[in-house]
Design a binder for this molecule. Structure first.
Ligand code: GLY
Length: 379
């Protein structure tokens, strides 16, 4: 799409029509249908385009915050109260997970859901849930290695954990407990040191000796190999380091977010929507749309946080978002495809959710659209 068409589209989208406004309506339609047909269910990915309700076959269930987060975003432009009612109901279903010490994905569960609730209607209940969730997440901190461990093992950390530290920063702010903020910041600095390479690519998993804290090696689960670049992890990293900068003001966090963003733009270029792994010499599928959706949302946030580069990141994010709004990626209502974004992949190596809709892809696509339509005012 040309710059002129994008500018016209943006103006139209602010007025509620245009390519982004139309895609937002499509997403809202698909999500309403899911909620009406399968109330109180939290699917993670589709199978042949239909939501799959089996237990997550790979990780401790982690994606329920994304559906809930979309309900909150849709509630912003709803005069009937229907979306807010659903958003509160679904958030309530997640509340017991605030004590879940079996996963590092506490931020994925609580920031899009209770974080959005608190942003819109702060009260003691939302505050207490976020503080408890943040404290639970902080229990994963290893002070010797200065990292937060994953559900895989006490010696493992993932690049995705960068998406789960905001709940700790927020708990620190809401409770006044500065030690929590120190933990989140220390984890981000460790991730910078060991999970971001000199060439601006990122590592999926880092392994430490949990007793001494010594860093041992890199690895991957969903990427091509240990020394390659799993792009969804990279997109999580752009977003996570941007948030770490917003919470701490640490210029190294901003430099890191910029480095990662520039790498995404250089590596993906005019293709806009990346493959699963940039280093895979023969990618089995051309696209992993959820990595693109997360990158679009992250670049918009980075553009807001980095006034010196706002236009550069925003321009690329809008081109990427426009590509995702095209017929190749956006499901068409009535086609029988139940998700929003097609051509996402959860775990190619394990054959889980391959070339399907994945809930986080739908969520960050909606978040990027919401950002454009609402001018970045509400998350
Ligand atoms: N567990 C995070 C992801 O699959 O992206």
């Amino acid at each position: 799409m040309s710059e002129l068409a994008l500018d016209r589209g943006r103006a139209a989208d602010r007025a509620g029509s245009g390519v982004f406004g139309a895609a937002y309506s499509t997403a809202r339609h698909q999500v309403r249908r899911l909620v009406n047909e399968y109330p109180r269910a939290f699917p993670t990915f589709t199978s042949s385009g239909r939501w799959d309700f089996e237990e997550d076959p790979w990780a401790p269930t982690w994606s329920a915050g994304f559906l809930t987060g979309m309900l909150w975003m849709f509630s912003d432009s709803d005069g009937t109260g229907w979306w807010r009612e659903r958003a509160e109901e679904y958030s309530g279903l997640l509340e017991p997970r605030k004590h879940d010490t079996g996963t590092h994905d506490i931020g994925f569960l609580f920031t899009p859901s209770w974080g959005r609730w608190h942003q819109r209607f702060p009260d003691d209940r939302t505050r207490d849930v976020l503080i408890t969730a943040g404290r639970t997440m902080a229990q994963r901190y290893n002070p010797r290695g200065r990292y937060l461990s994953t559900w895989v093992a006490p010696g493992s950390t993932f690049i995705d954990v960068m998406m789960n530290i905001e709940v700790i920063f927020q708990a620190a702010q809401l409770s006044g407990d500065a030690e929590l903020a120190d933990i989140a910041h220390a984890h981000a600095r460790t991730s910078r040191r060991f999970l971001v390479r000199g060439d601006g690519t990122s590592v999926h998993e880092g392994w430490f000796d949990p007793d001494t804290g010594v860093f041992e090696r890199t690895a991957t689960h969903q990427g091509y190999r240990a020394d390659s670049s799993w792009v969804r992890g990279h997109s999580w990293a752009i977003y996570g380091f941007t948030d770490a900068f917003v919470w701490t003001g640490d210029p190294d966090m901003l430099d890191t977010a910029r480095l990662l963003a520039d790498t995404y733009i250089d590596r993906t270029g005019d293709a806009l929507v990346p493959p699963n792994d940039w280093e895979d010499p023969q990618p089995p599928l051309p696209h992993e749309s959820s990595a693109g959706a997360i990158a679009a949302a992250a670049l918009l946030r980075l553009g807001d946080a980095d006034p010196a580069n706002t236009e550069r990141y925003r321009r690329y994010a809008l081109r990427l978002l426009a590509a995702l709004c095209g017929p190749e990626f956006l499901a068409s209502p009535g086609s029988g495809w139940e998700g929003v974004l097609k051509h996402g992949t959860y775990h190619y190596n394990n054959g889980v959710g391959v070339d399907e809709s994945v809930m986080w892809g739908d969520h960050y696509f909606v978040e990027a659209l919401h950002h454009v339509i609402h001018g970045g005012r509400q998350r």
